[in-house]
Design a protein around this ligand. Sequence first.
Ligand SMILES: *Cc1c(COP(=O)(O)O)cnc(C)c1O
Length: 456
Amino acid sequence: MGDRLKYQLEEKHIPKHWYNIQADLPVAAPPVLHPGTRQPVGPDDLAPLFPMALIMQEVSAEREIEIPDPVRNIYRMWRPTPLFRARALERALDTPAKIFYKYEGVSPAGSHKPNTAIPQAFYNKEAGVKRLSTETGAGQWGSSLAFAGSLFGLDVTVYQVRVSYDQKPYRRALMETYGAHCLPSPSNTTDYGRKVLGERPDHPGSLGIAISEAVEIAAKDPQTKYALGSVLNHVLLHQSVIGMEAMEQLMMADAWPDIVIGCAGGGSNFAGIAFPFIGEALRGKAKKPRIVAVEPAACPSLTRGKYAYDFGDTGHMTPLSKMHTLGSSFTPPGFHAGGLRYHGMAPLVSHLKELGELEAVAYGQRGCFDAAIKFARCEGIVPAPESTHAIKAAVEEALRCKRDGKQETILFNLSGHGHFDMGAYIDYFAGKIEDVAYDERELARAMADLPQVAAE
Ligand SMILES: *Cc1c(COP(=O)(O)O)cnc(C)c1O
């Protein structure tokens, strides 16, 4: 009991650069296309939405990109994050496997998302931007960007999916505590929001609609830029600090993973832990672990979606990216891991899946919560509903090791804590957590709506 092992680095070990996997890809990822011309986008096409420094990171093929000192200084508030060996969980499962986890819940917002919110706010401030617009579901990304905006003196406007805005007031209160302005989406502050409300005044909203609203106000106001919390290359880049630190910490433990696991919504925390390990293997420096992305069975873009060009939003204002998608108009059923309810997957994660560099599994939420509760009782940490998916996969691998008598080393990313999600745990103990299935007809309809792109 209580003998969880902790591998803690000093502040001077916070990485000095981010790792860009685009430098090591055996085949470059397909280009991003302009929504109108369907030709590859250039930096100027993206300039209304993002500062040039982030656009250049988006397309960079440089392996190491320096982390600016002001960003590294703020990272010191919570980085390096701890790596733990879950010995109590290993014993509870009676497995010969070693289970390590990297814990990103120690950040001020309680997840990995500030790893990118801080540099995004920094580069926007440097470019003279006054206001950032964004979307949020349950509120984890909105509260992370609100936190970053407060440190850099930027106004932050967050479009929060209406159902979450109404049902989950605590994350909204956190955003407001950090000084952000939070609006329910669809709203009457944008053309697109008014169009949606005109068709259905009680629309519950979706991430895809909220993205359209946030993009619209950024496109129309030269002082405002847009920020996205996942999916894009520069976001995955910023999250690479997770895996780079974990690698050093595992060396302290004299270990190297056989399996690396992360939950995947848009793919950023998964990429954060996994890409540095994939990179080492691609460069022939280390043995390639199995790399496993875990998604919810109710929104399974990697395991069930099509690898195709699609829009990032419902209003079709964003560029087209080639990715695993369920269709930009797909509405997943309601379930507790709001951060995993996105129709698409990061283009870089999708590309690596096509190249055979990673595998994907999908689990229903009940089994994930069962695993999370076992985990909490051994390790003391109450995980975010999203993170429970990574725990479930780690537990399954550890049980396989037990059956096969294998002493493998498992590493997973614990992307955040669940202190704002106790409603989900209340439902669990009331026996109200059910495995919800997506509607096959809804999926078929959304897939039939995929845009036609000539060069595929
Ligand atoms: C947002 C979120 C996720 C999902 O987003 P990714 O970009 O796939 O990482 C996972 N875990 C937590 C705690 C989150 O807040």
